[in-house]
Design a binder for this molecule. Structure first.
Ligand SMILES: Cc1ncc(C[n+]2csc(CCOP(=O)(O)OP(=O)(O)O)c2C)c(N)n1
Ligand SMILES: [Mg+2]
Length: 284
């Protein structure tokens, strides 16, 4: 029987009131609820305040470079597809510097869950605008307000026919736990974009700002399998912001299409050292 204690990690260094605390708690609760042992789980992150989440849990973890959360997560899943791989990224990490990897992970449909802590700001580097910052958002760098149109990760994911697309709100922790569990159980690439207040550097999109706007799709009879309706839903932002599963589509995963993996995880397959020696001879 797995308990929260099994996942307990060291003391955090996040600011008081940060939405990351709720996301950390939700990730633990989701894994415990699914009865996943820490050794069956790998968390992969890049650089940022979000990227520190795996440091604060006791399970397998890999900390990559900024914007490079998805490549090692993909590699690890290919090496051992029996692992539950959860990629943890910030909005800057995933939609800015790592934007290209985001697009191609969706195309490949590798069976991992991507949790984006979307605080609409660069938190770690102390408050520059991120790709998801709203137009007009004023920072120490964007002194006259952001003029670029915000990137809409949900619309992009639906447009690219991602196999699971959800939006959550850190302030609705139990709902977030349910969405994380659905994403982990889903066979294929699963995006959970989590709206996350940053009390230090985002004074616009606060807990109250989100609280007054979010509503749960699950309570509206919404059908997440209709792609056109999902795209339309993805455009809702402002007075009302939908949270829940926005789109799902069953399609073959990357692992299912790679013949050698049918014999089991690569890490468990025997290695033919004679071929390796042949290769090494080329460098002698
Ligand atoms: C290659 C590289 N580029 C830029 C940086 C600087 N940097 C570190 S974290 C970060 C942005 C973090 O923002 P986000 O991903 O939204 O995470 P948050 O801190 O908000 O959780 C940047 C630009 C870096 N460390 N490495
Ligand atoms: Mg951020």
């Amino acid at each position: 029987m797995v308990t929260l204690k099994d996942y307990e990690g060291p003391i955090t260094a996040w600011c008081p009131g940060c939405g990351n605390f709720l996301i950390l708690r939700a990730v633990k609760e989701a894994l415990v609820g699914l009865n996943k042992e820490p050794h069956e789980v790998l968390l992969v992150s890049g650089i940022g305040q979000a990227g520190k989440l795996p440091h604060y849990m006791r399970c397998n973890a890999f900390n990559s470079l900024h914007g490079r959360t998805l490549p090692p997560a993909t590699g690890a899943k290919l090496a051992n597809h029996e692992l539950t791989v959860v990629a943890i990224a910030g909005d800057g990490d995933c939609y800015g510097e790592g934007g290209n990897h985001f697009l191609h992970a969706i195309r490949r449909n590798i069976d991992i869950t991507l949790v984006v802590h979307d605080n609409q700001v660069y938190g770690l580097t102390k408050g520059q605008a991120s790709p998801t910052s709203d137009v007009g958002f004023v920072t120490k760098v964007q002194t006259e307000g952001v003029f670029e149109t915000a990137l809409n990760p949900i619309s992009i994911a639906v447009a690219m026919d991602a196999s699971f697309v959800a939006r959550a709100f850190a302030g609705e922790k139990d709902h977030l736990v349910q969405l994380l569990q659905k994403a982990i159980l889903h066979k294929g690439f699963a995006l959970v974009d989590v709206l996350q207040p940053c009390p230090s550097f985002n004074k616009l999109n606060t807990f109250m700002w989100y609280k007054g706007r979010v509503y749960k799709l699950d309570e509206t009879g919404y059908d997440p399998t209709d792609r056109v309706a999902a795209f339309q839903k993805s455009l809702e932002w402002g007075e009302k912001i939908p949270i829940g599963v926005i789109y799902t589509k069953e399609r073959p995963t990357m692992e299912e299409q790679i013949a050698v993996l049918k014999k089991g995880p690569l890490v468990k397959q025997p290695i033919d050292r004679s071929r390796l020696e042949e290769l090494l001879k080329e460098f002698m």
